[in-house]
Design a protein around this ligand. Structure first.
Ligand code: ADP
Ligand code: MG
Length: 363
């Protein structure tokens, strides 16, 4: 019995009629795969049309010209890839040494082809190749995400058992035993935070961090997190100031991710402040809500300021030495804020203090 013919649905994003005609012709020529595969082609002439076609699903691969009437350059690729990270994209270009096209490979495009050189065989081979390689890439990414995720449950068990021992649930423990078990608990807690951060970074780098957006009252959210920090801030002999309006400020946000950003900023303020206060403010500015966290801590040198939002960047030791940090917190914050369409920034004076602030679009 003959294998059924599998149809491959190609989205051709291209606005030049001559190029559309040329590529369509290449597909329609008989080729060595014709007996096992057929191709159906949807044409989108603008980025908007492309996104609409992709939302309707069923596309296997995108052939993408980067310069369209409503988007140009690498941005065209980014907009498609950010919204549909699991789809293979082949970039169409005019010249072989096009640095723009090779740049898209670094950001996740599967391949690129030079329009004027394209033959039916080369086009079809590139498409098969891209679909296959993309499948392998997604499998490897799933494995990484699942693997890191798997570390969470044994860590939770270590934490819970040591906590039970510390609480004396299984009999009395000697001072030296308490010290050892406390150390176990602290390390498990640190590892748990690190695993969470690594998972977030992996998702960011794979373009697979997703937001579940809803209307969130940022005044209430910030107030709640600040109150959760109040005991530990007091314990560190610092004052907590809150300047949060009574009224609701609704933003379009993923409440859990934005909580993570606020908690990270407060945590940093706590870690790098020896005396004085930490202040959290929420206010409105144009179409955005702004959240700021200011401290009277050790500050950051001017030369390091530009680097604080980078990966694995650390410029000073944490106050609490057993909590070393990973240098990933602010990198994650920046990515979460930007995914929401906001911006994060910092101002700081060494030995005076730092002020971090970020914006989130209002609902
Ligand atoms: N409020 C702050 N005051 C002073 N330095 C800070 C503050 N927040 C961040 N930093 C500096 O930026 C670095 C990166 O912060 P972050 O990404 O949160 O990593 P981590 O807290 O794990 O070290 C810190 O190690 C520290 O040097
Ligand atoms: Mg941190």
């Amino acid at each position: 019995m003959q294998n059924p013919i599998r149809n491959i649905h190609v989205l051709l994003v291209e606005d030049s009629p001559a190029d559309i005609c040329f590529i369509e012709k290449a597909f329609s020529k008989p080729n060595s795969y014709s007996h096992t595969y057929s191709f159906s082609i949807t044409i989108a002439r603008t980025l908007e049309e492309a996104v609409k076609a992709l939302e309707e699903n069923g596309i296997d691969v995108v052939l993408l010209d980067l310069s369209l009437s409503d988007s140009a350059g690498i941005e065209t690729f980014r907009k498609i890839h950010n919204q549909f990270p699991e789809l293979p994209v082949v970039v169409l270009t005019a010249a072989l040494d096009d640095s723009l096209a090779t740049g898209t490979l670094k950001e996740g495009a599967q391949s690129y082809i030079v329009k004027k050189d394209v033959t039916p065989a080369c086009l079809i081979r590139t498409i098969f190749d891209s679909i296959e390689r993309n499948k392998l890439k997604i499998e490897a990414e799933d494995l990484t995400i699942m693997g890191v995720h798997e570390l969470k449950s044994p860590l939770a068990v270590i934490k819970e058992s040591s906590l039970q021992l510390l609480e004396g649930l299984h009999g009395e423990i000697s001072p030296i035993q308490r010290k050892m078990i406390q150390m176990t608990f602290d390390c498990a807690q640190r590892l748990e935070k690190l695993v969470g951060d690594l998972l977030a970074v992996a998702k960011i780098e794979m373009g697979r961090m997703t937001l579940s957006l809803s209307d969130v009252d940022i005044s209430e959210l910030a107030g709640k997190i600040a109150e959760e920090f109040r005991p530990i801030i007091s314990k560190n002999k610092l004052a907590l100031k809150e300047s949060i309006p009574e009224n609701k400020i609704l933003v379009k946000a993923d409440a859990e991710r934005i909580s993570q950003v606020i908690a990270n900023l407060l945590h940093n303020a706590l870690n790098f402040t020896n005396g004085g206060f930490i202040e959290i403010k929420v206010y409105e500015k144009d179409k955005f809500a702004v959240v700021s966290v200011t401290d009277t801590g050790i500050g950051i040198a001017q030369s390091d300021l530009a680097k604080v939002f980078g990966k694995f960047q650390q410029f000073s030791t944490h106050k609490d030495r057993c909590e070393k940090g990973s240098g990933l917190g602010l990198y994650i914050c920046k990515n979460i804020v930007e995914l929401h369409g906001g911006q994060i920034s910092v101002e700081s004076i060494p030995f005076k203090g730092s002020a971090f602030k970020f914006t989130v679009p209002k609902a």
